[in-house]
Design a protein around this ligand. Structure first.
Ligand SMILES: CC(C)(COP(=O)(O)OP(=O)(O)OC[C@H]1O[C@@H](n2cnc3c(N)ncnc32)[C@H](O)[C@@H]1OP(=O)(O)O)[C@@H](O)C(=O)NCCC(=O)NCCS
Length: 151
């Protein structure tokens, strides 16, 4: 398995993976727009040329937001999610961000456990944030000591 910056040629497989992983999947146009946004960093995990996972982050000033992370169901529990999140966290650190934040479904115990392993902690709740099914989002944040604000 290798992790590289996501390329436009990965988008087709990323859309298929989205449909497998999320009830409200991102469209091809959304991925095109994200990859064209210089403030976004997207990474692809590939196994023998097959896209098995991806992760993405938006950085504005010294704030980062994890936009997405997904691993193909057949490749889960093998460390791919951990490797993808580690890539985002290292990118955030290299950009000297003060913190990384994210939203996650309250029922998504696997993702919450993954985030907690990287030091993200629960900082709030967005009521009714998700659709299909309607659900609250847990807000989680990872603070970097080396951030420009010194926080
Ligand atoms: C969340 C997700 C990305 C994890 O990917 P993964 O490749 O299976 O994760 P890893 O194998 O790297 O596991 C890393 C840690 O995540 C947690 N984890 C992953 N799957 C888990 C599960 N089924 N139950 C409990 N914890 C789990 C564990 O803490 C695990 O550490 P451990 O192996 O030491 O127990 C994957 O389950 C996924 O794609 N889910 C659907 C999409 C999604 O919900 N994305 C998050 C949106 S906010």
């Amino acid at each position: 398995m290798i992790i590289t910056a996501m390329k436009p040629s990965d988008i087709g497989q990323a859309v298929m993976l989205e449909r497998l992983c999320f009830s409200v999947p991102w469209s091809e146009d959304m991925f095109v727009s994200e990859l064209n946004n210089p403030a976004c960093s997207y990474y692809a995990a590939c196994d023998n040329g097959r896209l098995i996972g991806f992760s993405g982050m938006l950085a504005v000033l010294d704030e980062g937001n994890v936009l997405n992370i997904a691993v193909h169901p057949m490749y889960r529990r093998q460390g791919v999610g951990r490797a993808l999140l580690e890539t985002l966290v290292k990118k955030a650190a290299s950009l000297h961000l003060a913190f990384l934040t994210l939203e996650v479904r309250e029922s998504n115990k696997s993702a919450i456990s993954l985030y907690e392993k990287f030091g993200f902690s629960r900082v709030g709740l967005r009521r009714g944030y998700y659709e299909r099914p309607k659900e609250d989002a847990v807000l989680m944040t990872l603070y970097f000591k080396q951030g420009r604000t010194g926080s």
